[in-house]
Design a protein around this ligand. Sequence first.
Ligand code: AMP
Length: 424
Amino acid sequence: MAIKAVRGVRDILPSETGKWQRVEGAARGVFEAYGYREIRLPIFERTELFARGIGDETDIVKKEMYTFDDRGGDSLTLRPEATASLLRAYIEHGFQVEPKPVRLYTAGPMFRYERPQAGRYRQFHQANVEALGELNPAVDAEVICMLMDFFRALGLGERLALHVNSIGDAGDRAAYIARLLEYLRPHAASLCGECQGRLGRNPLRVLDCKVPDCQPVIEKAPSILDSLSPEAAKHFESVRGYLDVMGQPYTVTPRLVRGLDYYVRTTFEVKTADLGAQDAVAGGGRYDGLIEQLDGPADPGIGFAIGMERVVLLLGEQHQSASPVVQLIPLGEEPLRRLMPVARGLRQAGVATELAYGDRKLQRELERANRSGARYAVIVGETELAAGRAVIRDLRSRQQRDEAFAELPGVLLALAREARAERA
Ligand code: AMP
């Protein structure tokens, strides 16, 4: 039996890569306009980095990591997210001496052993942004606006909702968790099995549960916003004020706590109504204290991750895979030899060109040219060569013209330029 891709891991096919390139291009363009620089990080790290950086009690570390011993006996893990790796690099390369905030972005595959379903995979891709070393709430608002500008650049602004919240500082959260448990315990019997387990491990995650039976209990839970310290409350108020100043709409959602242990103060998520259960397209928050926890300086940080698969799903069916502009069709060996340098010259000039190999019937090659979406076919057989001519066929208008073979490169370049101008 032929070997198939691993469950939850998918190929991104040529029919989709056009959309991926568009999404990646939009991310790069918007992030760089905001002054972020790209950093490229390794796919695997020491397991300890994630255990310390994400939290031993999180679903990711407990249940979802791809961890293995390498041949030297070191425990390594395929990265389940990018923040821990990025902070490791920040510390390792002494970024803290640079002017603050240090603005970095990265993108690539992440790995989590989750139950695969539409929009949820075991290898998936994120674009990640982090602003490091800055406590000012203006940076929170700037990062959030940048995220929304990315979606706007892709024409998705209208289909997404921005939710923001503050989960306070570590002390606020401890006090809130105590209040939350006090409220949840008497309702434990009406919660799903998973949530009953969470009461002991990670009660905040109950607020995130999607199981319908849990919703009535969750809806009446106390709000974390009532547990904020004056400093955390003021920070959140400033963030909201700056979002208002920038004309960025949002909804305050007190139940938005996110799955990772390291968040403090500002958290945010971008959701869509168009993808079913996997409705979070991007999420992030502040993680002051995390760099220190990884033995780095006491620099604060804030960032987000965009789920690229989900963005691509939102873009829907848009066929825009690259098609050649010119299809060269030699009929026989000598015409092939004469068209080879013509093809090379066109390609060097940046004109997408396909060259047939001279051993198939004209009819088949024309069918192929039509299917590929090429605009022009150039037909050269022995007869044309003997006369020093070539036939150029416009595959859209189906009109043919006859040109001197020697003039082909110049004529085709001019036609390709016209075709490009028409397309733009
Ligand atoms: P997180 O790192 O869990 O905060 O996730 C950030 C974003 O990554 C989410 O909002 C999703 O869009 C995306 N994401 C997380 N896990 C998966 C997955 N297993 N498959 C596809 N996308 C994911």
